[in-house]
Design a protein around this ligand. Sequence first.
Ligand SMILES: C[S@@+](CC[C@H](N)C(=O)[O-])C[C@H]1O[C@@H](n2cnc3c(N)ncnc32)[C@H](O)[C@@H]1O
Length: 330
Amino acid sequence: MQNNILKNNIDEVAPPLSSPFLGRPPANVAYSTRQGRMLLGKSDELLGDGSLSRFEGKVNLIFTSPPFPLNRKKRYGNETGDSYIQWLSAFGPFFKKMLAPNGSIVIEMGNSWEPGAPVMSTLALRALLEFQAKNELHLCQEFIWQNPARLPSPAQWVNIERIRVKDSFTKLWWMSPNQRPKANNQHVLQEYSKAMKELLKKGSYNSGKRPSEHNISKTAFLRDNGGAIPSNVLTYANTQSADAYQTYCRENKLQLHPARMPSELAKFFIKFLTEPDDIVLDPFGGSNTTGAAAEELERFWISIEASEDYIKGSRGRFGDRITQDSFPEV
Ligand SMILES: C[S@@+](CC[C@H](N)C(=O)[O-])C[C@H]1O[C@@H](n2cnc3c(N)ncnc32)[C@H](O)[C@@H]1O
């Protein structure tokens, strides 16, 4: 694809010597940083036409939030119904081709509701199941991202008729062609609770038999492992009203992306499933939350986004880290 905002010549960028971007640049570069490339285009086309062939078998993590199957179409337009299921599943072979042998795919998907009725749609679940089964992927673990700051919705059933409670989580399916993809929960340890810190200080434990039949010894749980192992329910409030991205979009009169995820969510999976200098790919980049998180964690990243407007806004996440800029007019 040729477009006047694209510049494929990224010679002036000085990537680190270990950079996977040394040599021929990928096509459709909208902007670059030392660690990554934002590509303008449709991921099905760019992944299918060989534009990214030099990264095949090298991507350690595909972390992405595809357009959700919505009742109400968002600006970028989503597939609906069964055609959504087929559309998502068709990305599987492209994703598998890009993955390193021990790589992971993490797909975030929100809930959706049947139009005009207080009943949930099973479409998101069916789409994930079809994607996993048809592409012969293992479901390594299911995660829930709970957003306590989520506004009550669906409004008709929650606020007006008061017959449902607010829908405040999305699912993330961690999948891989490999049953044991690269992962290390020691990279995502969380601060111990106050009670646990006190227990570690006290040095003794309320031992004995638990209702669960577990027999807890006096010294169980008394080793300081540097933090608590997280659960698969991740709680992050999605409220960054004054972050650099929003400030940049407001100052430049650019539309805020309507479906951004919190940076912490991307960081959790990047830390858990990759190491520095690994490659992270987000084929539905949006405001490039994934790329910015990977950049901060010193991973390489490639993001693909079909909307030029969202790409323009996403520059605000990188400030002066952008080494080659195709949008000088903003
Ligand atoms: C749910 S949003 C991603 C939001 C992103 N995780 C963030 O935090 O900003 C999905 C994005 O996929 C983009 N998109 C839809 N179809 C696409 C395609 N075929 N190729 C590339 N991007 C696409 C949409 O424009 C939208 O920005």
